[in-house]
Design a binder for this molecule. Sequence first.
Ligand code: PXL
Length: 267
Amino acid sequence: MNNIRILTMQDLSCVGQCSLTVALPILSTFGIETCVLPTAVLSNHTMFKTWSYLDLTPEIPDIFKNWKGNGIKFDAFLLGYLGKPQLMDVAEMCFDEFSADGAPIIIDPVFADNGKLYANFDLNYVVAMRKLIKRADIILPNVTEACFLTDTQYQSDYDGIFIEKLAEKLSRLTDAKIIITGVEFGGNIAEFIYDKNKSEILWHELLPVKKHGTGDIFSSVFTANYLLKQGLHKSCDVAAKFVRDSISATGEEHFYGVNFEHILKKQ
Ligand code: PXL
């Protein structure tokens, strides 16, 4: 039995199978006590046509005051979609105040995909994220996020050398272990793992459909396995297979996410 308590900081999208509604059930199912710091409440994620957005930043000082008063500490942190650049400073305060000894910080930058920033994001967010990832032990950017973070022109048609250079450039911004997710070429999909100049590429079967929320599922399954001492390689492998199976369990008409619940039920 483990007694790991993680804090995951990301938005709460009421509908959409992403961020907290993914991280909470997944981490809990793996037996990890999962605490949440919701950064915003959205009616649904921003891949729908419209959404409401309640920024919860003003509530956070009071949450921290009470955590401090109650002597709360966390053994690990998983960050995803924060939503506003100011929240990066809040995240740093949170690490400073509430880390148990040696608590790993895992950051999925979550601000862009397919060469473009998500709705509501601008370059200020990217600049703030460049600073925040200095605090990370592991970062999980996709190719687009890695390009923005390293000021590299995104190209959809890339090769292994392009990805290796991206990882090298990222390693100048942070000492974190780097996992570039969703690397696609030659009809396959891979994670590129870069750990202190040692790199490894982990190939998986590429399914012919793209779905929302799969990055959040990957980061949650990866984090759970990593905290349970499975190592980088195995944790990536389990997470990638979990994502693949979740996509396979999802009908075409289900446009906003994947039915990861069906796969989680089998864990
Ligand atoms: O899955 C990433 C994500 C998380 N949260 C919100 C989003 C998105 C992607 O668009 O809109 C609110």
